[in-house]
Write a protein that binds this ligand. Structure first.
Ligand code: PMT
Length: 397
């Protein structure tokens, strides 16, 4: 980050204490840092602390007779290579979404042409409130990047989405963004692996997905700068470094993990082999070997991909189609019926790639286009798919 100019905005929230560490790490990485605080931020942290860590006078006033004589807010907006607001409170996001310019930070956020990134931090109910959801969707539509929030313990004693990303995670993202890459400005959510649907405490229904394809894709997108969250069913693979991993078991858990995070993402990739059905009833005790025949009644699981694609403000969606015959024809039908932007068809008969194997072949289909990716190792295939996706995603705008 040598010589890069990062403007750190701090708004009012308990996570403001983490901004000190953020500024310290940015400076250690070689960046020049200018801190701008809102009035509410000063209730949580003093400008003097941030000044000492950043090495620059902290700015707060829009109507500052010293700096505003020379249009200081415009100068700040032009000065920055990146504007990072961390923490970004619900109030700040609402004002930004409404296009307000009622303090220095909102004004320079409107005036800057540098990438603008928000690291939201708030109570989980505030994050889930429809007003916040709408504001987040509007900001993302305008090209403002949203990093986080993370899910976990909150200062108010509750649990859920709303924690600010840790300073080290933010630094990692800043480095990716400033370094460039096909997806450096993208937040991506991907599912991988199988799901397990319990029959009784020791048995489950599942499938042969190893997670190799989904994990390889997560790595390739991250290598191109995307901020990747991977929601994974049970697999025996190592969690890839630099990727936010969420482990789940069932289709319902996978759905919940996706729905909790999808509003903040630009691209959703559904590579998981989600069980289409689950046992209607899960036995409390192990089923005994008595009857000659046993019936297990199944009920449909929700279709996560179709649900995401049907959202009012849907991210760009890439689905997979695992077929044992006529893959392209059937994948095209799935693409249209699920309303997804693109779909990758693979043949999953035993002799082909698909499940478990280290190699795979895909046909990528999108409206008005098709690209054949021949049989190759899944890591290489993922790199090819990501390159192709960059073109389709850019065209969609
Ligand atoms: O994990 P590997 O061993 O490396 O194998 C890779 C793979 C074969 C699993 C992968 O390449 C693949 O094809 N994944 C999708 C498997 C699948 O479930 O396909 P489908 O045709 O049944 O589903 C179509 C799409 O809807 C998929 O994107 C799937 O994630 C999604 N879906 C399906 C059902 C459901 N309830 N929710 C979903 O989101």
């Amino acid at each position: 980050m040598n010589g890069k100019r990062v403007l750190v905005g701090v708004t009012g929230g308990i996570a403001a204490y983490k901004s000190v560490e953020l500024v310290r790490l940015l400076r250690r990485a070689g960046a020049e840092v200018q801190v701008v605080v809102t009035r509410a931020a000063t209730e949580f942290i003093t400008p003097m602390t941030l000044q000492a860590i950043s090495g620059r006078v902290v700015r707060q006033q829009l109507f500052d007779p010293v700096n505003e004589a020379a249009m200081g807010h415009i100068e700040l907006a032009r000065w920055a290579d990146l504007v990072l607001v961390a923490p970004a409170s619900a109030d700040f996001m609402a004002r930004l979404a409404a296009g307000m310019a009622d303090d220095l930070l909102t004004t320079l956020s409107l005036a800057t042409e540098a990438p603008l990134v928000l690291a939201p931090a708030m109570n989980r109910a505030m994050w889930r409130n429809p007003a916040t959801r709408e504001n987040v969707a509007r900001l993302i539509r305008r090209g403002i990047r949203m990093w986080g929030p993370a899910v976990g313990d909150q200062a108010c004693g509750e649990q859920g989405p709303g924690r600010m990303l840790e300073p080290a995670q933010l630094i990692d993202q800043v480095q990716r963004l400033l370094a460039g890459g096909l997806f450096s400005d993208v937040q991506l959510l991907i599912t991988a692996g199988p799901t397990r649907e319990a029959i009784d405490p020791v048995r489950f229904l599942s499938n042969r997905s190893s997670g190799k394809m989904g994990y390889a894709l997560a790595r390739s997108f991250a290598a191109q700068g995307a901020l990747v969250t991977l929601v994974s069913g049970p697999v025996s693979l190592q969690e890839p470094p630099g990727i936010n991993c969420v482990q789940v078991e069932t289709a319902l858990q996978m759905r919940a993990a996706v729905m909790e995070r999808v509003a903040a993402c630009n691209i959703f990739v559904a590579c998981a082999a989600v069980a289409d059905y689950r046992p209607l009833e899960v036995m409390a005790r192990k089923i005994k070997k008595q009857a000659q025949r046993l019936r297990i009644e199944l009920i449909r699981n929700p279709d996560i991909l179709a649900e995401v694609a049907a959202m009012d403000v849907a991210p760009f969606t890439l689905g997979f189609a695992a077929e044992t015959e006529r893959p392209v024809e059937q994948a095209e039908q799935k693409r249209i019926s699920k309303g997804v932007d693109a779909i990758a068809a693979n043949l999953v008969a035993a002799a082909e790639g698909g499940f478990e194997r280290d190699e795979n072949a895909l046909t990528l289909l999108w409206e008005g286009g098709r690209k054949q990716l021949p049989m190759m190792e899944k890591g290489l295939l993922a790199d090819e798919l990501v390159k192709q996706m960059a073109e389709i995603y850019a065209k969609k705008g």
